[in-house]
Write a protein that binds this ligand. Structure first.
Ligand code: SF4
Length: 503
């Protein structure tokens, strides 16, 4: 089966101030997908911006070995406060992973997706990976199974993946040019030999492309992940987007490089710069001309549990799972009810969004009203699509670009929580300074509550804090804030030539 080429080019500038990159009229990056693909992915927390507020995912860490070396990777264990791919606290056997999955699915009925993403490469550990999938497809048919891979062993595993009914695969493709690849991958392990440099990168790229084509020809959905590495592949990723789209990938996820020296990676130690949030967004916008782009990926740990952005792994450690008795047949009945309720809610929201907006009481648009500009608004949320997180407890903020009539989700900004408890609350200007830095480009911040001290510092930094929309749906709140600011004349576009005349 050949998947159609997808286009979700950023919409043209709308009158009244959408930015060059466009202010999406589309509520979700999946809006442009053909119906048969969209129906498969629209309730998947990793693929749908909307669904990720409601449905949860988990990873099980059954795959320790890797067959390549990436300069951004160091598979480090016992680092439970860190969230990045490759990090896990406990490595598991397939039996343990299955027990954990059933326990989590029973306790968190919103959990719909199980992924194997490491800490090494799942397909470099085929026995462990496929034994886990085999047991889960038999025992928990209501859970979607996904796998992430670097692609080196993918062509050899496509038949086995199809056998286990894995309908979503993620391939990390950082380049299609071996010269660039040699700067990212110092070696690969191929046919019992370590192959270095351009030669190794060439083999890896060929295997990735071949695996991608084999999967899509079997109707298995493929998302492509790329790590944006400034000065190495940032200029090249547009080309990657074009090629993977042409070969049938349905979604592209450009993620920022994480390169901190304490992680012990080559890039971290060498001081390779990470992209800023605005650089990342600009590249995602550039690539979106050719591809559906994913913007809400959290670069999760290889043992993450819960909604995206949260990690409930501590509730399901091996010793705790050992003591749990799970009646999965009963749990499945409860899960079905929860899924139905969420799906009904999402369908109602989608229908409301799709309905033409006409109100007889609405004021007639004032043609003479000044054009207003777009702004970025940051949100503190624990999920559910509402503003329900205290500023001090937030580990991340969702950032939206809002224009006069439209808005679009830009991505999330991770941070250290300002307040970790009574003793550390307000600990340091350093934490607050870091949060403010992470909010570069943001003009308004909405949280359920914001303390006095951070309030003052946010204002000083040009970010208007606002706690008036606690527990309101995000989309309604950002629209209300925008309209209020516009009505107050705070968003008027400068009139062309005004300053010259004044002078
Ligand atoms: S790393 Fe990204 S794609 Fe994978 S589970 Fe997390 S959010 Fe989803």
């Amino acid at each position: 089966m050949e998947l159609p080429v997808i286009s979700n080019a950023a919409p043209p500038s709308a009158g009244g101030g959408c930015s060059e990159s466009g202010c999406g009229t589309e509520p979700d990056a999946l809006s442009h997908l053909p119906d048969h693909i969209r129906s498969k992915v629209q309730d998947h927390p990793c693929y749908s911006e909307e669904a990720h507020h409601y449905f949860a995912r988990m990873h099980v860490a059954v795959a320790p070995a890797c067959n390549i070396q990436c300069n951004y990777c160091n598979r480090k264990y016992d680092c439970s406060n860190e969230s990045r791919p490759g990090v896990v606290s406990e490595l598991m056997t397939p039996d343990q992973a299955v027990k954990k999955t059933l326990a989590v699915a029973a306790a968190i009925p919103q959990m719909t997706v199980l992924g194997i993403a490491g800490p090494g490469d799942p397909l470099a550990n085929p026995e462990r990976t496929f034994e886990t999938f085999r047991q889960l497809s038999e025992q928990a048919p209501d859970i979607k199974l996904c796998v992430s891979t670097n692609g080196l062993s993918l062509p050899d595993c496509v038949d086995e993946l199809a056998k286990h009914n894995i309908d979503h695969v993620t391939i990390t493709i950082n380049c299609v040019d071996p010269e660039i690849g040699a700067k990212i991958y110092p070696w690969i392990f191929w046919e019992n030999k370590r192959i270095r440099g351009v030669e190794g990168a060439k083999i890896l790229i060929e295997q990735q492309q071949k695996g991608l084509e084999m999967l899509t020809s079997r109707g298995i959905l493929v998302k492509v992940n790329s790590v944006m590495i400034p000065g190495v592949n940032d200029q090249h990723l547009k080309e990657v987007s074009k090629i993977v789209k042409a070969k049938g990938a349905f979604l592209h996820n450009v993620m920022p490089l994480i390169a901190e020296a304490e992680h012990g990676t080559y890039y971290g130690i060498m001081g390779q710069p990470e992209p800023t949030p605005l650089e990342l967004q600009a590249l995602q916008d550039d690539c979106s001309g050719d591809m559906s782009m994913m913007r809400h990926c959290r670069q999760c740990r290889a043992d993450a549990v819960g909604l995206l952005g949260e990690d409930r792994g501590d509730e399901f450690t091996l010793d705790k799972i050992d003591e749990m008795e799970v009646d999965y047949a009963t749990a499945m009945v409860e899960r079905a009810k929860v899924h139905e309720a969420i799906t009904t809610e999402l369908e109602m929201k989608r229908a409301l969004k799709a309905a033409p907006r006409f109100s007889p009481d609405a004021p007639v648009a004032d043609e003479a009203a000044p054009a207003t500009r777009n702004i970025r608004i940051a949100i503190a949320t624990k999920g559910g699509g509402v503003i329900n997180e205290h500023f001090g407890h937030a580990h991340e903020f969702l950032v939206y670009e809002v224009g006069p009539k439209e808005h679009r989700f830009l991505g999330h900004r991770k941070c250290t929580a300002y307040c970790m408890g009574d003793e550390s609350c307000g600990d340091g200007e350093t934490v607050l300074g870091g949060i403010i830095k992470s909010l570069e480009g943001v003009e308004v911040l909405l949280a359920s509550k914001i303390g006095f001290e951070p309030w003052a510092d946010l204002e000083k930094a040009g970010i208007q804090p606002n706690g008036e929309h606690a527990m309101e749906p995000i989309e309604e709140a950002i629209r209300a804030v925008y309209d209020e600011m516009a009505a107050a004349g705070k968003l008027d576009m400068p009139v062309a030539g005004a300053s010259a005349q004044a002078a």
